[in-house]
Write a protein of this length. Structure first.
Length: 263
């Protein structure tokens, strides 16, 4: 049963199917993994099907509360913590960070922390929001949505919505990583459906402060959302499944893999 917006959004399923299409879940096989900005744990649970150990880290308590509620086998360690305040003596084979790096104001500092957390030859697995190249209307929608969401969750959206790939490559390179894979995915149609759902969610809560994906109880009481989940979500998942086979010039997300090397 779908219980969070993270599970209901088509962009989540686009990402999931794209990973499957490119065999990217295999990168986690028998590895120790930390999911930075894990949300309510959707991808942490998918990763754990392959990985040896998984730690999920998120700044939002309601996200982690929900993730722990759904962690029936207690085989993933979910922690409410800002990455800047996370301390451990362990290092990880893979750092997974999906659409979170662009929200950090000081990306250089975060990447430096990643460097300390990851083993030599380890993989930094990033998913980032990619600026549409031609769909200016879609870009305006993105900007307006991001502005509205900054007002709702300022502690999350500090660094803006997009990050230049060249700038990201340069920043990551300074921290001892080389790029080994990249792929754009997620068509404009899927994003439009996604933004409509999030617009409805915002209209539903009005000016009520919303911390995270884990705090959407009222949203799911709506008859329209119930109709969407029961009747339309299967079709949306099908669209997301098809989306993995195509590369559009205006795909709005990118998977980028980096490998840590000796400097």
């Amino acid at each position: 049963m779908i219980k969070t917006i993270e599970e209901a959004l088509p962009v989540t399923w686009c990402e999931h199917f794209c990973f499957k299409r490119n065999n990217l879940y295999d990168l986690f096989k028998n590895k120790t993994v930390i999911d930075v900005g894990c949300g309510t744990g959707f991808f942490a649970h998918e990763i754990k099907k392959k990985a040896k150990n998984v730690v999920g880290l998120d700044i939002c308590k309601s996200n982690i509360d929900y993730a722990n509620l759904m962690n029936k086998n207690k085989n993933i360690l979910f922690i409410t913590k800002d990455i800047h305040k996370f301390h451990t003596n362990k290092s990880f084979d893979v750092i997974f960070c999906s659409e979170a790096i662009e929200h950090f104001k000081d990306k250089q500092k975060v990447l430096n922390l990643f460097n300390k957390l990851i083993k030599l030859d380890g993989i930094l697995f990033l998913v980032v929001a990619a600026r549409p190249k031609h769909s200016m209307i879609l870009l305006d929608v993105y900007k307006n949505f991001n502005k509205a969401y900054k007002n709702g969750a300022p502690e999350v959206h500090k660094g803006g919505l997009f990050i230049s790939k060249n700038k990201l490559d340069a920043l990551v390179g300074k921290n001892g990583f080389i790029k080994i894979f990249s792929k754009r995915f997620r068509s404009p149609l899927v994003v439009i459906i996604d933004l409509i759902l999030l617009w409805f969610e915002r209209k539903k809560r009005g000016d009520k402060y919303l911390e995270s994906f884990g705090d959407h109880t009222d949203w799911f009481k709506s008859p329209l959302i119930k109709f969407y989940i029961i009747f339309l979500l299967p079709f949306v998942k099908f669209l997301a499944w098809i989306d993995r086979y195509f590369e559009f010039i205006d795909n709005s997300a990118e998977i980028i893999l980096y490998k840590k090397v000796k400097i």
